[in-house]
Design a protein. Structure first.
Length: 194
């Protein structure tokens, strides 16, 4: 893991409440691939997102956890968003975290995710929800003015099992996740105008 604060940052958002999930393990593989390309990484997993209160657009102040999340995304050169497919779409905790990015709407340098590359990952117990979850994530990223990377990973967790060592039972899935990390790393300098 790179900790040099001068290195560009890739932020990962995803997971589920209640322990490390397939979604978080998939996200970690993608973030590790970005790290291998020279990027710092910061992951907001299920435990982090569980600390974010439900987004209230009229709140006069934000919690320290909300402030940290928004400030970290502001510093990012790229994002990777991973969501489980719940009832055919993204999970509530992932959506709540993304709703909080409304705090960046009036930023002068980069409102929302303007011109930022965003990698997408969907996991579900079956194929049906993976495709609709990826489609929902793409729509949200477009609405936030970001650029979804060309490749997105749809993972059937009934077939692919992740392990505690950072791998998965299907090497092709691991390579797909690494491709997402490499793509956000490749496109991040283009978004920055380098």
């Amino acid at each position: 893991m790179i900790t040099d604060p001068t290195q560009p940052l890739v932020v990962g958002i995803g997971g589920t409440i209640g322990g490390v999930s397939s979604t978080e393990r998939a996200l970690r593989i993608a973030l590790d691939a970005a790290c291998q390309q020279g990027f710092r990484t910061r992951m907001f997993g299920g435990a982090d997102m569980a600390k974010l209160p439900l987004y209230d657009p009229k709140a006069s102040s934000r919690t320290p956890e909300e402030q940290e999340f928004v400030e970290t995304v502001r510093q990012a050169s790229a994002l990777i968003i991973a969501s489980p497919g719940y009832h055919g779409s993204i999970s509530g905790v992932v959506k709540n975290a993304l709703d909080l990015l409304e705090e960046t709407a009036r930023d002068e340098t980069r409102p929302y995710l303007a011109d930022m590359p965003v990698g997408l990952i969907a996991t579900a117990y079956g194929w049906q929800a993976t495709g609709s979850t990826i489609a929902a994530l793409r729509s949200i990223v477009h609405a936030l003015r970001g650029w979804p990377t060309p490749f997105a990973a749809a993972i059937n967790s009934a077939i692919t099992k992740f392990d505690d060592e950072g791998g998965a039972s299907d090497p092709a899935v691991v390579e797909q996740l690494r491709l997402i990390g490499r793509q956000v790393a490749r496109f991040a300098p283009l978004a920055a105008g380098v």
